[in-house]
Design a protein around this ligand. Structure first.
Ligand code: ADP
Length: 318
């Protein structure tokens, strides 16, 4: 089954790279499959929305390919496997519930019907517009360090998305609006290595947001006026993430601290810490080696843990 899926994407890649027609014979030779199998895969690609012209004696020519993610290509950027879905409730949930997943695998979907933020909040994940993915890790690090992976993921996204900044702990912003959110979840079972799932939602080609998100959400398209390849971006972000993650495993937070703090828009700002329904006004001062935010309040310094609070700028979202 897997090889059939991969074959379809391989054919698509060859057709994308070709200038004109590619003969059935050439495809069958290159891929080591029969011409009948080539034809079957062409039919599947057409069902997926690709417009492929075919002429006797000439072969096949790709006229249009919808912006769908190609898991076969993404696999080149990850140490594990890529689990691809057209639609899924939540890639984090899917990753959590799947057995025998190799470390460093990625769950990615065209759309999520129940995308989640922190504290049970919803994450809007419309089909084909963004990158909705979860990285599955089995790191041998203390539980207290797991939230640092959120910071690592934020930095990876920030490195790839130009003019973006990080809002501690888990958002990436452009011009003060959220272009990406990160949700890290962990499940530790007795006698099993802890699974850590780092979910990322990145708004790429969204043309609009619902009324409740208009003031705080943005997409790369809305910021640049240009549509972006989700696949290319996802690949770049994954490459950055796994490079940073390797560094982080070796040297801990110090591997990313300086760059993270430089890109963190929260530091030095007046913030409101929303905790247990109450609000505390403070100034964000620093980030601890455990990834907590140190804020200065009227009553002295307070260390804020990422799981339990939201931080808002005094003047708005960031
Ligand atoms: P917050 O950043 O508000 O502390 P989360 O990090 O948990 O909370 O993110 C969830 C929140 O993000 C939602 O309550 C909603 O306001 C906002 N949101 C939901 N979907 C999107 C999206 N696609 N882009 C940007 N923001 C979103």
């Amino acid at each position: 089954m897997v090889s059939v899926i991969v074959m379809k994407y391989k054919i698509l890649e060859i057709l994308k790279e070709a200038d004109g027609f590619v003969s059935g014979e050439e495809l069958s030779k290159k891929l080591g499959i029969s011409r009948n199998a080539v034809w079957k895969n062409i039919c599947t690609l057409r069902k997926d929305g690709c417009a492929i012209a075919s002429f006797a004696g000439k072969g096949y020519k790709l006229d249009f390919a919808p912006d769908v993610l190609n898991p076969h290509n993404l696999e080149k950027s990850v140490p594990g496997r890529v689990y691809y879905f057209k639609s899924v409730k939540s890639t984090n949930t899917e990753a959590k519930n799947t057995e025998n997943v190799p470390d460093g695998s990625v769950f990615i979907a065209e759309s999520q019907t129940g995308g989640r933020g922190r504290l049970g909040r919803k994450w809007a994940s419309p089909g084909g517009r963004g990158i909705w993915m979860s990285i599955y890790l089995t790191p041998e690090i203390p539980a207290a360090d797991v939230s640092l992976l959120t910071l690592t993921a934020g930095l990876a996204v920030c490195r790839v998305i130009k003019k973006s900044q990080i809002k501690w702990p888990n958002d990436v912003l452009i011009n003060g609006k959220k272009v990406c959110g990160i949700l890290t979840e962990m499940s530790a079972e007795i006698d099993r290595t802890a699974k850590v799932i780092v979910g990322m939602g990145i708004n790429v080609n969204n043309e609009f947001f619902s009324i409740d998100l208009i003031d705080k959400a943005t997409s790369l398209y809305l910021e640049t006026g240009e549509k972006h390849s989700r696949e290319k971006l996802a690949a770049e972000i994954l490459k950055e993430f796994f490079a940073l993650y390797a560094d982080f495993k070796e040297r801990g937070f110090s591997a990313i601290a300086t760059e993270y703090k430089r890109k963190c828009v929260t530091l030095g700002r007046e913030v409101v810490v929303i905790k247990n329904g109450g609000e505390i006004r403070a100034v964000a001062e620093d980030i601890t080696p455990f990834g907590e935010l140190v804020v200065k309040t009227e009553n002295g310094f307070l260390t804020v843990n990422s799981g339990e609070v939201s931080v808002r700028g005094l003047l708005g979202y960031n």
